[in-house]
Ligand binder design. Structure first.
Ligand code: NAD
Length: 355
């Protein structure tokens, strides 16, 4: 069993903790919190051992009603790998602590690429994380773009990708984020940093990005235009994308018109927290004209990086192949959303209700 700790039990950390717990080859040893708040209570109620993130905060836990197993240093001594899910920039500050305990670490996309030996998505460069001491799972937007561009590059060659990212203003729980009544270029400079970040995991693809922030919380939306080196049919591109486990082609008959309906669908399908681990690509939006492919996709920022963290742990600590790890992660979490309303899916027969 791979013994895992999660440092920073917030939006990403609580999801990673649950995903690790679902793996047959992993054990969640514990999670940290900076203070005994509702998140700490949730961890305890889920049966997770709770550690104080800093020695200074340990007293606050001792004074609370929440059982505490110790401080971060105790957790680091008991695990094979730590997943750092602290706010952007705090991960880099933690790196020396992890190294002092000789504990390999997975970092998140809010950190600079320099925090780790390699950046990572399972689809593009699983083996780069093999045996690494520090791996950075790229951001939600970068993960979504890399998953989409990798199969297009492999099948047809990508001459140039141009993407406009309409980013959510904040996560649903982030009451202090915005904008609340505007659409703001962010960053205002073009191209944005997202294209170079894609190149940390998919080096040969020419991708130009521009980004805005909108007053929504549910998901990011990407408007994608890709010039390919070949000229496939629209049907061939749809089929190629539909063959990827972590891409969900939203069927036209589903009546899903945006992030609200997507999240409703995910909740109705029994997804924990309404999480969508897959990129959601509107099948109708996929259109090819000559060598140019256009499409819209949505990315659930709180969720798409979660299976990637699980695969990063396996890549760092085992000799498991990429395909075996991804299959195990997908099966244990239920990644690979399919709809009975998809024409191809209908011809394949019914899908189990809890898939
Ligand atoms: P968050 O604020 O929801 O959670 C961070 C947690 O870490 C909080 O519970 C906070 O109290 C805790 N924390 C703060 N300082 C700490 C410390 N010194 N030690 C331990 N814990 C500490 O943040 P998040 O959204 O989960 O983001 C975490 C990382 O994941 C960031 O790098 C972010 O860029 C990245 N990320 C976030 C999203 C997203 O949309 N939320 C998506 C992909 C990647």
């Amino acid at each position: 069993m791979i013994r895992v700790g999660v440092n920073g039990y917030g939006t990403i950390g609580k999801r990673v903790a649950d995903a690790v717990t679902a793996q047959p080859d992993m054990e969640l040893v514990g999670v940290t919190k900076t203070r005994p708040n509702h998140g700490a209570e949730t961890a305890v109620r889920r049966g997770y051992d709770l550690y104080a993130a800093t020695a200074a905060s340990l007293d606050r836990f001792v004074d609370s009603n929440l059982p505490t197993a110790g401080a971060l240093s105790d957790l680091l001594e008991s695990i094979d790998v730590v997943v750092d899910c602290c706010p952007s920039g705090v991960g880099a500050e933690n790196r020396a602590t992890y190294a002092a305990h000789d504990t390999p670490a997975v970092f998140q996309g809010g950190e600079d690429a320099a925090v780790a030996d390699t950046s990572f998505t399972a689809r593009t460069n699983f083996d780069a994380a093999r045996g690494a001491d520090a791996v950075r799972v790229v951001s939600c937007n970068t993960t979504g773009l890399a998953r989409l561009l990798a199969p297009l590059e492999e099948a047809y060659g990508v001459e140039k990708a141009r993407v406009t990212l309409i980013r959510r203003g904040g996560d649903p729980s982030e009451t202090d984020r915005g904008p609340i009544n505007d659409i703001v270029p962010d960053p205002v400079s073009v191209p944005s940093h997202h294209g170079p970040d894609v190149n940390t995991v998919l080096s040969d693809v020419d991708v130009h990005t521009a980004a805005l922030k909108a007053p929504v919380t549910a998901m990011h939306t990407h408007s994608v235009d890709v010039t390919l080196q070949a000229a496939p049919t629209t049907a061939a591109v749809r089929e190629r994308l539909a063959g990827e486990d972590r891409l969900f082609l939203v069927p036209p008959d589903a009546g899903i018109d945006g992030a609200g309906a997507l999240k409703e669908y995910a909740m109705d399908r029994g997804r924990p927290r309404g999480d969508l681990w897959e990129n959601c690509i509107w099948a109708e939006s996929v259109s090819v004209s000559g060598r140019d492919v256009s499409l819209f996709q949505n990315v659930h920022q709180e969720a798409d990086v979660v299976p990637e963290n699980v695969d990063a742990i396996r890549a760092m600590t085992t000799d498991c192949s990429a395909s075996t790890s991804v299959e195990r992660t997908n099966e244990s979490l239920g990644v690979g959303l399919q709809s009975l309303l998809d024409a191809d899916q209908r011809s394949r027969g019914p899908v189990a209700a809890d898939d």
